[in-house]
Ligand binder design. Structure first.
Ligand code: AMP
Ligand code: MG
Length: 353
């Protein structure tokens, strides 16, 4: 299959190109498109065959449901039931934006889209190209991240093409993704809201709107437990190289990574380091990739997946990453980083005991 790549600037939208992309989706084809989180792989959410095509293009297990993207609140009522007041409060505060909410589904949403579940995940993205495409496609786009299953989510059209060129009809290039991590997922299908996947909209931001404590699915911290978002059980975001995360006081982490890197290099490995910009110059060997200033988690979120993919492109065999502060969006960064590392960590705070 020939994949057409079209550039669209969200501040000056080419409506002719959007119309063509919308027609591809209406006909049952697939279009990858930019959103503020990461690039999505879009098909008609109400067409079971489109969802099946998404699973096969990604190599994604079919029990892992897709998020349905809408462009206006009215459309939420067409696909979801029992929408609680708290969900509407969150939609008012954070939609359009990087927040997904889960509700009981209406029969119009096929089981192929929801991975066999009776619930549906819904998000209204803020990217203007994404919203124009949703409208042009009939209002409901099912879109997981536009990567081959298991690889880091793509934050640019170049990364989408690495995985998807030849497998889908079109890629819309809208530049680098602003947030760089997937949306926060909040489940409302069992009454009380629960965070199933941390994201840019932090627990603190959700609690400040709802005025109550909102918990995170405990299975995210206990390996072996079954998470409520089926996707969270799969190994994810994994670079090809072996990634290890090092916890501890900043200077000791630098010292430890320096000694691990020099041993690996002596043994003939190519080695990469993921560091805060403040620490980057303290590393003596290896390829250092700064991901942002310590304490500026937004910058780190924006860069993390790009850096993991760059290490793949460079065939890096061993990667060491500093651990980042878990406040705010830091919880999402550490969730993705630990999954990418398959939970391989060195905890220097424990070695002190
Ligand atoms: P992705 O679109 O690649 O970011 O993945 C979507 C995530 O949302 C996966 O982790 C899914 O398991 C999760 N998800 C989507 N729909 C549901 C649902 N109805 N119930 C629970 N988790 C869901
Ligand atoms: Mg994904």
């Amino acid at each position: 299959m020939n994949t057409e790549v079209v550039t669209i600037n969200q501040d000056n939208i080419d409506h002719g190109a959007i119309k063509r992309a919308g027609e591809i989706i209406r006909r049952g084809g697939l279009v990858a498109f930019p959103t503020e989180t990461v690039y999505g792989l879009g098909g008609d959410a109400l067409n079971p065959e489109s969802s099946q095509k998404i699973y096969s293009a990604k190599g994604r297990p079919s029990d892992n449901p897709l998020i349905v993207h809408i462009s206006k609140l009215d459309d939420l009522y067409k696909i979801a039931e029992e929408i609680p007041e708290d969900a509407l409060k969150l939609s008012e505060a954070y939609w359009p934006g990087p927040l997904t909410m889960i509700f009981k589904k209406k029969p119009i949403v096929p089981k192929e889209t929801t991975g066999g579940l009776e619930t549906v995940a819904v998000r209204m993205p803020s990217d203007k190209t994404a919203r124009a495409l949703i409208e042009a496609s009939g209002g409901f786009i099912a879109a997981p991240s536009a990567n081959i299953s298991g690889r880091p989510s793509p934050t640019s059209a170049k990364f989408v093409c690495e995985d998807m060129c030849g497998r889908i009809d079109m890629i819309i290039d809208g530049g680098d993704s602003e947030v760089g991590l997937e949306s926060t997922i909040v489940d409302f299908s069992e009454g009380k809201p629960v965070i199933l996947r941390p994201g840019f909209i932090s627990a603190e931001m959700i609690q400040s709107v709802l005025g109550v404590y909102v918990g995170t699915d405990p299975a995210l911290k206990h390996e072996g437990d079954r998470p409520k978002a089926p996707g969270m059980k799969y190994r994810h975001y994994a670079p090809k190289g072996e990634l290890t995360v090092i916890y501890g006081a900043s200077d000791r982490v630098v010292e430890k990574i320096n000694s691990l890197v020099s041993e690996d290099i002596r043994n003939g490995y190519s080695v990469g380091i993921i560091a805060s910009s403040e620490n980057a110059k303290k590393y003596r060997e290896g390829t250092v990739k700064p991901v942002g200033s310590a304490g500026n988690n937004e910058e780190t979120a924006h860069s993390l997946f790009r850096v993991l993919r760059e290490f793949d492109d460079e065939n890096t065999e061993k990667i060491y990453s500093e651990a980042f502060d878990e406040k705010g969006v830091g919880a999402a960064i550490m969730n993705r980083l630990l999954k990418a590392a398959g939970h391989k960590i060195i905890d220097l705070t424990k070695e002190d005991l």
